[in-house]
Design a binder for this molecule. Structure first.
Ligand code: PYC
Length: 430
């Protein structure tokens, strides 16, 4: 017998109000208020499933539990505001051009879910598949690009290595001559890659989960995880205790601390990753451009800002502050690649927290504590995995069986030495 109350599977979003051109026109004319996108609810003393972390992973897990499995007696607990952690601090790049077959299959499923997400959630997530270029400035980088392209093709993912002339066609202002400071030998080109509006993804999942009865509790911090006889029993929060037979750790930045509360040790070290955004300029950069050698990646938003990132900070920390050292290093690297940006003004910089694992692949699935599951260890890859991680974690919770698509990412691989070496697919140095 199932431990869950199932309310019947839904077919996607069931809103009180559907967003459409007509509803926009009607409310524009009538002045009628829009309903809140998700509601504040009373914190109950028990739920069937408690999800720790109100970012894209936690909210997607809640949404797919409700929509795919009819499990709605679910709480998402967020210590701050939803999307205020790593989900709101990444550079919103979506891609599936990974190095390992397990990684490529997994992120490809995420790209497919992202492609239909706006329609599924009835929420414009602004997914723009403008292509993704990883530049190679030396033979080693070119070799890794070829390797990734071959694995991608074998898994049915559209990636290929292209030469300087084709790069010039995609990014006309880029100096692809051999006189550039760091000449470009080629690039891994991945047409399905692109950028998305990350807040919209979080809000869309929250709205969808809420519409199915999931409770979203902001300002609710998990301070302890109760375990008895090897089974999880619930969590202790700053707002009271909650009993639950299933607890899913979907946090980023604090994932090893939450797991530790359940007595589960994680091979994770947490590093800040900084990013920055410039003032708006006319559109001139279509694809996402990454240079692993120069430790920089850049994309241009629909509003015209350039969004930059570089390597993770060189020390473990839980700080989300920006630093001058980062900006100086970033500006140097950006100008080596695109000298014409010299007079552009930076608007803002910030940091998010990256939980790095030894093999740069996530840790997903069951743990030695029954009912305590993890969806953690995302390093610098977390946001792009949100939909597939949510779908797979919901399957695991509902069926009690580990879905094939996440089987390789289990915690047991570390003591057993089955690594999923994904470092070569990183956009940033580590
Ligand atoms: O993996 O595409 C990526 C990425 C960009 C910034 C951080 N991670």
């Amino acid at each position: 017998m199932s431990i869950f109350n199932r309310n019947g599977s839904g077919n996607g979003y069931r809103p009180s109000v559907r967003y459409s051109a007509l509803s926009l026109l009607r409310r524009g004319l009538s002045g009628e208020e829009w309903p809140r996108v998700w509601r504040s609810r009373e914190l109950k003393s028990s739920y069937d499933v408690v999800i720790v972390g109100g970012g894209v992973h936690g909210l997607a897990t809640a949404y797919y539990l409700a929509v795919n499995h009819g499990i709605t007696n679910v709480a998402v607990l967020e210590k701050g505001y939803i999307g205020g952690g790593a989900s709101g601090r990444n550079t919103a790049i979506i891609r599936s051009n990974y190095l390992t077959p397990e990684g490529v299959r997994f992120y490809d499923r995420s790209v497919k879910l992202y492609e239909n997400l706006a329609a599924d959630l009835n929420f414009n997530v602004m997914f723009s598949q403008r292509g993704h270029l990883t530049l190679a400035h030396n033979d080693g980088a070119l070799r890794t690009s070829r390797w990734r392209a071959e694995v991608n093709k074998l898994e049915g993912v559209d990636s290929e290595v292209i030469g300087p002339e084709e790069i010039k066609g995609l990014v006309p202002f880029m100096d692809v001559s051999e006189h550039a400071r760091y000449p470009i030998l080629g690039a891994l080109y991945h047409p399905p890659g692109g950028i998305i509006r990350h807040d919209a993804v979080v809000w869309g999942y929250a709205r969808g989960a809420d519409a199915h009865g999931v409770h979203i509790h902001q300002n609710t911090e998990v301070q302890g995880v109760d375990v008895e006889d090897g089974r999880v029993r619930g969590v202790r929060t700053n707002r009271g205790d909650i009993a639950a037979p299933v607890v899913v750790n979907c946090t980023a930045g604090w994932s090893s601390l939450i797991s530790e509360m359940a007595g589960v040790r994680m091979p994770i070290s947490t590093f800040p990753l900084q990013a920055a955004v410039t003032e708006r300029v006319k559109p001139f950069l279509h694809p996402v451009v990454v240079s692993g050698t120069l430790h920089v990646y850049v994309s241009q938003t629909d509003r015209g800002e350039l969004v930059f990132g570089a390597s993770v900070d060189p020390f473990t920390s839980y700080s989300t502050r920006g630093s001058l050292e980062f900006i100086e290093g970033l500006a140097g690297h950006v100008l080596e690649l695109m000298p014409s940006l010299a007079n552009l003004r930076l608007l803002r910089q910030w940091a998010g927290l990256c939980d790095m694992t030894p093999d740069f692949a996530p840790i997903m699935g069951i743990t030695p504590v029954d009912g305590f599951h993890v969806d953690v260890g995302w390093g610098t890859y977390g946001f792009k995995a949100g939909p597939v991680a949510g779908e797979a974690m919901a399957d695991l919770v509902a069926s009690g069986k580990t879905p094939e698509i996440i089987a390789a990412f289990d915690l047991a691989r570390f003591p057993e030495g089955r690594f999923v070496g994904e470092k070569g697919a990183a956009s940033v140095g580590h």
